[in-house]
Ligand binder design. Structure first.
Ligand code: NAD
Ligand code: G6P
Ligand code: MN
Length: 445
């Protein structure tokens, strides 16, 4: 009998919450729950999701006690895991993170370039507050954090909460491996055993084997050279790729791959390797935040309201995808000592031999009751090392700017981003971002 767990989802009103609830319910044999709680600082938004999830739980796993609250003490007391996915400033602020740089001819993106830097300055205090609630009310718990920008959040937690039990994670490598599994005819992305190194949204694969140890790279490379991570025909069952903008991003990996055919790139490298092309294909009046509000957010909230009005979730369209699978698998590995291998964002400490010890890197780790143990990825090539060191300096400067309330350091961070052409453009963007983020950022000196 596995010991039952108590979980709080922080950011209960997130568009990802219902998917995680579906995954948790489907995994009661592998990760049984005694309590599930939702916490959010926007009670009204959370209530919409909670009302639907209460019905789903009542119908499918009534033994789980379910609570939705905006009270930190109630939320964080007696929990084993905090699954965090907050968005400080919400999708409207994401929209400004994307539109302000674009106005100056620079990539406008949730986690990359000046938009990601702006989001980092908002996220740091929000995530640190969650860590403090956890440490106060459930000091033995683990926080598994999806809240973005994960690189900057990870660097901030490394400095501000060095002893905290927080693991920062990203679903992009998981989603890419799912796409690759579909392409090469493997049942599951989890069947790919990989070697990968980099920063979050900034990394490369050097190896992909199947579970028997056969090298999958030759076949994958042949495909990526032609189609990127997109399918070679219109037929594909990857829900992510139903959206044209994600399909473009998966296909664009073809070009990132051409820069270094020795490795396979993370999709996010397109923002650093082809910023001119990305800007040329962006609509500064309708960015990804607008798309998400018009599609994912609208669909999910409509489905929540439909379930609540019907009083039954018998026909719900909510599904558990690989995003939810990854966080639940990680919690299970920590709780039940499975020693599964997963990509996590952790302090380098030599895992990548020729990067600084104190870089927060994304590398494969073995996960068990002891926590995570990063695997040694060895020495990386000059090209990747150069790119990573530049981006690492950007992320470290953002956290320093936040801690010292320094305009100058934030200007240096934006200037150093590979997406920004000059210090003049960096300053113009920063001044607009300061104005837009008054309600969130510390006052810069
Ligand atoms: P969303 O805006 O729909 O949901 C976020 C929720 O967080 C909202 O209900 C909001 O009220 C709440 N919130 C905001 N600030 C808070 C705070 N300080 N305390 C408590 N609650 C707070 O956003 P979404 O599109 O569902 O995304 C949620 C987060 O997950 C984002 O940060 C997104 O970037 C991240 N995400 C990360 C990955 C990854 O790979 N790491 C993958 C998917 C999503
Ligand atoms: C991937 C990334 C996340 C990012 C998300 C954005 O899942 O790993 O870090 O938040 O994409 O997706 P969206 O659909 O909101 O643009
Ligand atoms: Mn991510």
């Amino acid at each position: 009998m596995l010991k039952k767990q108590s979980v709080v989802i922080a950011g209960g009103g997130s568009t990802y919450t219902a998917g995680i609830v579906m995954m948790l319910i489907e995994n009661q044999d592998k990760f049984p729950l005694r309590t599930l709680k939702f916490y959010d600082n926007d009670g009204e938004r959370q209530k919409i999701v909670a009302d639907a999830c209460a019905i789903i739980i009542q119908e499918r796993a009534p033994e789980i006690e379910f609570i939705a609250t905006t009270e930190p003490e109630e939320a964080f007391t007696d929990v084993d895991f905090v699954m965090a996915h907050i968005r400080v400033g919400g999708l409207p602020m994401r929209g400004l993170d994307e539109k302000i740089p674009l106005k100056h001819g620079v990539v406008g993106q949730e986690t990359c370039g000046p938009g990601g830097i702006a989001y980092g300055m908002r996220s740091i205090p929000g995530v640190i507050e969650l860590v403090e609630f956890m440490e106060q009310y459930s000091p033995e718990a683990w926080m598994l954090n999806y809240s973005n920008p994960a690189s900057i959040v990870a660097e901030a937690t490394r400095i501000l909460k060095p002893d905290s039990k927080i693991i920062n994670i990203c679903d992009m490598p998981v989603a890419i491996k799912k796409g690759i599994a579909d392409i090469i005819g493997l049942a599951d992305g989890n069947d790919i055993v990989d070697r990968y190194y980099g920063l979050n949204h900034f990394g490369w694969w050097t190896e992909m084997l199947d579970k028997s140890g056969n090298d999958l790279l030759p076949k994958i490379k042949e495909h990526v050279a032609k189609w990127g991570y997109g399918p070679s025909s219109v037929e594909n069952d990857n829900p992510l790729l139903e959206e044209a903008s994600w399909m473009d991003t998966f296909q664009k990996a073809k070009d990132s791959y051409s820069v270094d055919p020795e490795t396979l790139p993370n999709t996010y490298l397109k923002y650093y390797l082809f910023p001119d092309d990305v800007v040329a294909h962006s609509d500064p009046t309708f960015t990804r935040a607008d798309e998400v509000m018009a599609n994912r957010e609208k669909t999910i909230f409509a489905e929540c309201q439909r379930v609540a009005a019907a009083g039954t979730a018998a026909e719900t369209s909510f599904e558990a995808g690989e995003h939810a699978e990854f966080i639940v698998q990680l919690a299970g590995a920590l709780a039940y000592n499975t020693y599964e291998r997963m990509l996590l964002i952790v302090e380098n400490n030599g895992a990548v031999a020729n990067l600084p010890l104190d870089a927060m890197v994304e590398v494969p780790c073995l996960v068990s009751k002891r926590g995570y143990e990063p695997l040694a990825m060895g020495i990386i090539p000059q090209f990747q090392k150069g790119m990573i060191e530049q981006q690492l300096a950007v992320e470290k400067l953002v956290v320093q700017a936040y801690l010292e309330q320094s305009y100058q350091k934030l200007l240096q961070a934006i200037t150093l981003s590979k997406t920004v052409p000059s210090a003049t453009v960096a300053k113009a963007i920063l001044d607009d971002l300061v104005e837009a983020n008054q309600a969130y950022w510390p006052v810069l000196k």
